[in-house]
Each structure stands twice: as C-alpha cells, then as structure tokens.
Design a protein around this ligand. Structure first.
Ligand SMILES: Cc1ncc(COP(=O)(O)O)c(C=O)c1O
Length: 369
C-alpha cells in the first residue's frame, strides 16, 4: 500500500471508550509454573465428561448453522423453571443479553443505573448507546443498595442493572431487598436482574429471585450464565427469563444471527442435567471460600461476605503491589479500588492448590513489606 494512512474516526461515543486490557492468562514463567487464573471468576474444573462428549459430537456437525433459537435448550429450561418457553431467550454468554438490554432501552441522553463497583460491562454498554451512566455505590458490605438504586431513578432512566451476587464484591440481596426492589422500582424502567452467579447464591441460602420478580408488573429480565457454575465459560452461552413473551420478543428481534454456536448449545443442554458435577463445584467453592476468607482475615485483609465463586478483600497494603507479587508466582488476581483504602483484591475460588498458592504468595508479600 502506498500513500499516507487515512486516519479512522469512529463515532465519538466509541472514541470515548477505554481500551480493553487483555483478559487471557498467558503463562509468564514458563512450563514449570502452573498458570493460576483467578481473575476471571471461571470454574477451576473442566466440564463433566458427558458435556465434553456432547460438544465433541456437535463439533462433527459444524458445517450447519446452529438452531438460532436454541429450541431444545429453551424447552429444557422452561420445564426446569416452570416458565413458558416464549419468555426465555439465549445469548452468547449473558454478556450478549446485557448488551441487548442497552440496545432495547437506551437512546442518546437516556440514563441507566448500575451498582458501583459493578460488572464493568454495564458502563461500556451505556457509553456505547451514548446514554448517561449512573453508578450507585454498593453498601459497605458489598451488597447492591436497593434504596439508593430506587432513589437514583429519574424520568430519564430507562434501564436499571442489579447484580446478585454482585461482581466484584460478592454481596447477595436478601429476600427483603428484592421485595423492596420489586415494590418500589418505577414502572418506566427495564429491570435487568443479573444472576450470573445465581447457583452459588442459592447454594449460599439466597432467595429465589425469580419467584419474587414475578410480582413486578413492569418489564424485567433475569439473566443466568453457563460460564460459572456449569464451567462453560469458553463456550459463551447464557440465558434470560423475561417478564413477558413481548419483552422476550424484543431480545429475539435484535439478536445477532446464530450468535450462540452449536457446540455451546449441545454442551449447555447436557450440563443442565449434570447435577452431581455442579453440586460438587458449589460445595467445593463454599468450603474453599471459607478457608480463603479465614486465611485472608489472618493476614490483615477485610473480606466482604461473598455468595459467589470469588472473594473480595480490602488489602492492608497497596492492592496493585500485592497483585504484582502474586503475578511473579504466575498467580493472577484482580486488583480494584475500594473507597478509603489501599484497594482490594478480587480472587476467584480456584482448586485447593490454587488457593494455597494465593495464601502462600500473599503471606510472603506481606512479610516482605
Ligand atoms: C455480574 C456478571 N454478569 C455477567 C457476566 C457475564 O458472564 P457471561 O457472559 O460469561 O455469561 C459476568 C462475568 O464475569 C459477571 O460477573
């Protein structure tokens, strides 16, 4: 090619987006050091063999497009949840459904509310719609502040994201909080109830959010993921339960053609039935979360109560330095700011060995201060 490169001018709303840091976990220290990927809230365990077998079989038919509507999976979910299948939608991870909520509701200048700190994607979605992002600080215990969320609604608000358990704090709404949300959130907003960590929350004794949401007369969608408790993060598949068939139809209308691939559909369908495999992960996560919580507390961290597959703890010394120290051991965790503190670490619950490596690495880093 000759001549000067013509500069590319994306729309201002795209230019304003922050660059996305790499999300993968390349080994930094060579083959002898296991990569301990504890910054993406993945399952540390492979999917059940039955799931892998179904996916391998589906791979043999990849010359065909997948079933765009995922009818078999939707039917299985409908039966399991006791919800009409025309209220269920699928997406390439719940990420796709989070984006869809923004596309369905937000025009430039509209407002959307989300927890702060919250899943970073909410702010990105709102920015991409040229809408105004209103972050509502989570409570000191890391739980979404329902009263403050309701109070932040204005006539311009079109969309409210609520996450329970919340990422990155792990806090879970109690039944009374959800009841308040359902009773008090105005009707002119779409409530996107993000339950990416739903199975962990239920295992920790959390409320059945869906049953409570059914009382809301205005639009809502609850989304759940196969990435976390079902161990299919790499397959990219999630689903949503919408308040009505009409709300679900809006998601179906805008979905990118065939966004959920055939291998993911086959894996998710079989994963739903692998109850023992899922239960073992939930049990392991709860036990190891308690163990990590106790160890972090001993080291001088202040942990948030977590009902998810990660634990977040306010650090006694700069969180970024601790993250770097762990990185030198090929252990990857997420540093994050937390009010009036040197920052916090969000640590995914890994295998027992992963968690031991975190504890040993942090002990060493704290002793070296
Ligand atoms: C709160 C929350 N919502 C949604 C997602 C998206 O999950 P996925 O697109 O893998 O289903 C995540 C992923 O970490 C999350 O933490």
């Amino acid at each position: 090619m000759t001549g000067p490169i013509v500069e590319f001018f994306p729309a201002p709303r795209i230019r304003r987006l922050l660059p996305v840091p790499p999300a993968s976990t390349p080994p930094e220290l060579g083959a002898d050091w296991p990569v301990r990927s504890l910054h993406l809230n993945e399952s540390p365990f492979a999917p059940a063999p039955e799931v892998v077998a179904a996916m391998q079989q589906a791979a043999a038919g990849l010359n065909r497009y997948p079933d765009h509507d995922g009818l078999q999976l939707v039917a299985a979910l409908a039966a399991r949840l006791g919800v009409a299948s025309d209220r269920i939608v699928i997406g390439a991870g719940t990420n796709e459904l989070l984006f869809a909520s923004g596309e369905i509701t937000l025009d430039p200048g509209d407002e959307a509310i989300a927890p702060d700190p919250g899943f970073v994607t909410y702010a990105k979605i709102v920015a991409m719609r040229d809408a105004t992002f209103v972050g509502v600080p989570v409570r000191a215990d890391g739980i979404v502040d329902v009263a403050a969320t309701v109070a932040a609604v204005t006539p311009r608000t079109r969309l409210v994201y609520v996450a329970t358990p919340n990422n990155p704090t792990g806090g879970m709404l109690e039944q009374a909080h959800v009841e308040k949300l359902v009773a008090e959130l105005p009707d002119h907003v779409l409530l996107h109830y993000d339950e990416a960590y739903y199975e962990f929350g239920r295992h920790a004794g959390g409320p059945d959010g869906l049953a409570l949401l059914e009382r809301r007369k205005a639009p809502w969608i609850a989304t759940r993921s196969f990435s976390k408790a079902y161990g299919l993060a790499g397959a990219r598949i999630g689903y949503g339960i919408a308040s009505t068939a009409a709300v679900a139809e809006a998601y179906r209308k805008i979905r990118i053609n065939f966004s959920v691939n055939a291998v993911a559909l086959a894996g998710a369908l079989v994963a739903l039935d692998q109850t023992a495999h899922t239960e073992a992960l939930l049990e392991h996560t709860a036990q190891e979360r308690d163990r990590l919580d106790a160890a972090l507390t001993r080291l001088g961290f202040r942990t948030f109560p977590s009902a998810a597959n990660f634990i977040t703890a306010v650090a006694p010394s700069p969180a970024r330095e601790l993250t770097s120290a762990l990185r030198e051991l090929n252990v990857f965790v997420l540093p994050m700011p937390w009010r009036d503190s040197p920052g916090a670490l969000r640590i995914t619950i890994g295998t027992r060995e992963d968690n031991d490596a975190v504890i040993a690495g942090l002990s060493r880093a704290m002793a070296a201060r």
